[in-house]
Ligand binder design. Structure first.
Ligand code: PMP
Length: 433
């Protein structure tokens, strides 16, 4: 059955399918961090629905919340009408927001995907400011609809101006550290103040607190505070895309909580739906310039997703799972860095909380002194495959797909974390051979 399903789907599905290419498995059961395939094999899932499953697969509190709605006779779909389920979700979400934003927050249910909420944020800020330019960073990923895509790394569109995102390992200025972040901030500042640049006036600046698809690049806190100040001084709405960094993933409830900045707009999806599709925008009330119907959509807040999401948010908050992600993530990074020290093909290990990246490089390549060796996507692909052979699911990211990414559930136990690291380091060693 396993191979039959794989073959049939490969012959019938569009060439656009992605995960199924590199992960030839047929999941039939799952619980926590574990997925079981149709062939009976079990895997530790460190992809977690691309960072969606904060509590892992089929967590009892999530299942119970969904069942409660199903058994209650409540309607499953009522467009954007007010319901008790929506009310409970909104209350729970607001309790987690940075207090300065929560005090004046409006929520807009978009959806069902993260990209829908990004799109809404772009339209909202354009409407509110009367300007059209969009500022976004190198290595960014915001989604696949036109506006979100244009704002993403490889995107091209007249309205989008690309700014340098500070990086420790591949610093765009070749210096790294605080100095590199300072240069990146100054670049942004001079661009914002250059009225003759021909760059359209900015309606917003979009930033991920940790770039995920871009290869796990944490934004330095001090730099993010500078960016906040620069945009605030010029009345440019700052949109924090927390689609992947939200709900405890980075070791704080929201990625912006590390730096303490208060964004004007937050884009939320993935984990807020507790494994079901849900996407919302949260913004300061003075930005609420929509006329009714100015931004519509049929699926704005699915009842089951809001119930699963509220249960997830509450569970993460009540059980301190953001702190857990912080300590466990630090421990995992430590062990991976130890491994990297003895293996030159591991160029860099980075991350925040349980958002971890391991960049594979070609140490034998000729590189100018002081610059890191080039990315090695071939080794990364081999590592991903070797992980799968050892019962571990990981994803690749980064511009050249040379970064092995881990997004395990926040419920990962110490023993499971050790098993993940044993398999990963074994796969790394095997793949480089
Ligand atoms: N923003 C970020 C930061 C993301 O990581 C993603 C998805 N990986 C998106 C937006 C788009 O979300 P979706 O795939 O649900 O449209």
């Amino acid at each position: 059955a396993h191979l039959g399903i794989l073959r049939r789907q490969a012959s019938r599905e569009s060439a656009a399918r992605t995960y199924a290419r590199s992960l030839p498995i047929v999941p039939v059961r799952a619980r926590g961090v574990t997925i079981e395939g149709a062939d009976g094999r079990r895997y530790l899932d460190c992809l977690s629905g691309a960072g969606t499953l904060a509590l892992g697969h089929n967590h009892p509190v999530v299942l119970e919340a969904i069942r409660k709605v199903l058994d209650s006779g409540a309607p499953l779909h009522v467009l954007d009408l007010a319901t008790p389920v929506k009310d409970a979700f909104t209350t729970e979400l607001f309790a987690t927001l940075p207090p300065a934003l929560a005090a004046r927050a409006r929520i807009q249910f978009c959806g069902p995907a993260g990209t829908d909420a990004v799109e809404a944020a772009l339209t909202l800020t354009r409407t509110a400011t009367g300007r059209s330019g969009v500022l976004a960073f190198t290595g960014a990923y915001h989604g696949m609809t036109a506006g979100a895509l244009a704002a993403s790394g490889g995107g091209r569109e007249g309205r989008v101006t690309r700014l340098p995102f500070p990086q420790e390992y591949r610093c765009p200025f070749g210096v790294g550290g605080e100095q590199g972040a300072e240069l990146a901030a100054r670049w942004t500042e001079s661009l914002l103040d250059d009225t003759k640049s021909g760059v359209p006036e900015a309606s917003c600046l979009l930033v991920e607190p940790v770039q995920g698809e871009g290869g796990v690049n944490p934004a330095p806190d001090a730099w993010l505070r500078r960016i906040r100040k620069l945009t605030e001084d010029r009345s440019i709405p700052l949109i924090a895309d927390e689609v992947q960094t939200g709900v405890g993933r980075t070791g704080r409830f929201w990625g912006v909580d590390h730096s303490g900045i208060v964004p004007d707009v937050m884009v939320l999806s993935k984990a807020i739906g507790g494994s079901l599709p849900l996407a919302v925008l949260v913004y300061r009330d003075d930005l609420d310039v929509w006329r009714p119907g100015a931004h519509a959509g049929t699926f704005r807040g699915n009842q089951l997703a809001m119930a699963a999401g509220a249960a997830t948010l509450a569970h993460v908050r009540e059980n301190g799972l953001a702190d857990r992600a912080d300590t466990l993530g630090a421990r995992m990074l430590g062990r991976l860095r130890e491994f990297a020290a003895g293996h030159p093909f591991v160029g860099d290990v980075r991350g925040r909380g349980l958002m971890i990246g391991v960049e594979l490089v070609d140490p034998a390549a000729d590189t100018p002194a002081g610059t890191p060796p080039p990315p090695a996507p071939r080794i990364a692909t081999a590592v991903q495959r070797a992980c799968l052979d050892r019962g571990l699911i990981v994803e690749l990211g980064g511009r050249r797909s040379a970064v092995v990414r881990l997004l395990p559930p926040l419920t990962l136990t110490d023993e499971q974390a050790d098993a993940v690291l044993d398999r990963l380091t074994d796969a790394l060693a095997a793949a480089a051979r």
